[in-house]
Ligand binder design. Structure first.
Ligand SMILES: [Zn+2]
Length: 282
């Protein structure tokens, strides 16, 4: 687009210079007049070039900044026995992690937009059966573009302990390939449906260079919390809310409605929401 505009401007300026040139006989003064216009035009062109260079520089710079953010220093890790988020060095331990499972079914994009608005990160654990149409895939792209981490939650959400080793492997690896095809990035984290990890799935997760994580608490699947107010209340005042808590939520209407309240409530309780890109995988 920029090139087209530059070309049009150049053509117009050239016509102008030629028109001005034609109105004068070829006496010395008139030639000078024409060459002054030409000089002015060249000067303007040079200035435009320079400002374009600057824009390109800024674009490049912001890309570099983004890369640095993606490669943010890993200051946390997931405890593999209790699934708490733990600081590696002297990072604050007053943090919690937000995770959204069974995405991107219906409400995930909206949930991502709400979280983005609140300027907090989260992991969206996605399933292959929610990535079958181009519309579904667009949702995943959108969530990823908003800056959220995409995790693997298996192709079809089975209980892995009821599958053969081969089937378990396919559930995990096929989804990694599918996610990579859509967003050009492989998931770093794996969450087993129902929290059921097996020896096979642990091995596959390791072979795939991923990190497994269950969660420490969540309520949005329990009957009494399938409503925004009661859900927000329990998520923020749960006795399980501790340093490093790993919060499980789902792509559900009431969770979407409670989400902003949950985030603000957690902050009021003195917790920061840890950005997933600060969590070490493998
Ligand atoms: Zn699930």
């Amino acid at each position: 687009m920029r090139m087209v505009i530059r070309l049009l401007v150049s053509v117009c300026m050239m016509c102008f210079v030629i028109m001005v040139g034609c109105q004068y006989d070829a006496s010395q003064g008139e030639i000078e007049q024409v060459s002054q216009y030409a000089e002015k035009w060249k000067e303007e062109e040079r200035e435009k070039e320079q400002s374009l260079d600057k824009e390109e520089h800024y674009e490049k710079h912001s890309l570099e900044t983004e890369e640095i953010e993606n490669n943010a220093e890993k200051q946390y890790m997931i405890n593999q026995t209790n699934w708490l988020v733990e600081p590696i060095g002297d990072a604050s331990d007053q943090v919690v992690l937000l995770t959204i499972d069974d995405a991107p079914e219906q409400y995930s994009v909206k949930m991502a937009e709400i979280l983005k608005e609140l300027n907090v990160g989260a992991i969206f654990f996605v399933n292959g059966h929610f990535l079958q149409t181009e519309e579904d895939r667009e949702k995943l792209r959108k969530i990823h573009e908003l800056g959220f981490e995409i995790g693997n939650h298996t192709m079809t959400h089975p209980n892995l302990s009821q599958l053969s080793p081969e089937e378990q492997k396919n559930e995990i690896v096929e989804l990694n390939l599918l996610i990579e095809e859509i967003i050009n990035e492989r998931p770093r984290f794996f969450r087993a449906p129902y929290g059921v990890n097996t020896d096979t799935s642990n091995q596959v997760v390791e072979d795939e260079g991923m990190q497994a994580m269950n969660w420490t608490y969540g309520y949005d699947w329990e009957k009494e919390y399938q409503e925004a107010d009661s859900l927000a209340e329990i998520m923020v005042h749960s006795p399980l809310l501790t340093k490093g808590a790993n919060l499980l939520m789902h792509d559900r209407k009431w969770t979407k409605e409670a989400l902003a309240k949950i985030v603000l409530g957690l902050k009021e309780q003195g917790y920061d929401i840890v950005h997933p890109n600060m969590i070490k995988s493998r």
